[in-house]
Design a protein around this ligand. Structure first.
Ligand code: AMP
Length: 145
């Protein structure tokens, strides 16, 4: 299962914020869209960071509620690990588990942002794949009984 196939069924929506937006507006966006992280993009749509709910919790721990007025770039992770549309679901799961993060921006062949895959997307696909394999195995066994 490739990332390209996962993105196709998920749709092309990329929810992003600008680096100078406030944490309060990023929090409002995360809540409205029911997601756990947003990519941070520059003026030409280029990927410059990722901000997850975990960064916001850390900011709240360090600065209290004042952090709501801080900028996104002050809390985001700038060293973003990305994948390509050709990577596999299994490869992503391994990288996310080892790196201890749950979101992975996807770049197309031109290095342009093509989407974001979360660990939830990967697990969902993996479960449905396992279910299909189990069903095929059951049919095979009952046909040879
Ligand atoms: P998450 O588990 O994705 O909510 O994020 C946990 C931490 O990893 C946060 O500090 C995020 O900013 C960071 N993070 C999330 N996704 C990535 C990524 N693809 N590359 C690098 N850091 C990330």
């Amino acid at each position: 299962m490739t990332v390209a196939i996962m993105l196709k069924s998920k749709g092309p929506d990329i929810i992003s914020v600008a680096p100078r937006e406030t944490i309060a507006s990023a929090v409002a966006l995360l809540a409205k869209m029911k997601i756990g992280a947003v990519v941070v993009c520059g003026p030409d749509g280029e990927l410059i960071g990722i901000l997850s709910e975990r960064d916001i919790v850390r900011g709240l721990g360090e600065h209290g509620t004042d952090v709501m007025g801080h900028t996104v770039e002050s809390l985001m992770t700038a060293n973003v690990k990305t994948c390509t549309v050709h990577d596999t679901a299994d490869g992503l799961m391994q990288r996310m588990t080892e790196g201890r993060f749950r979101h992975m921006p996807v770049l197309d062949d031109n290095g342009k942002l093509a989407g974001v895959i979360s660990i939830g997307d990967v697990v969902k696909r993996r479960i449905s794949q396992l279910e299909s394999e189990t069903e095929a195995m059951r049919e095979y066994i009952s046909g040879h009984g």
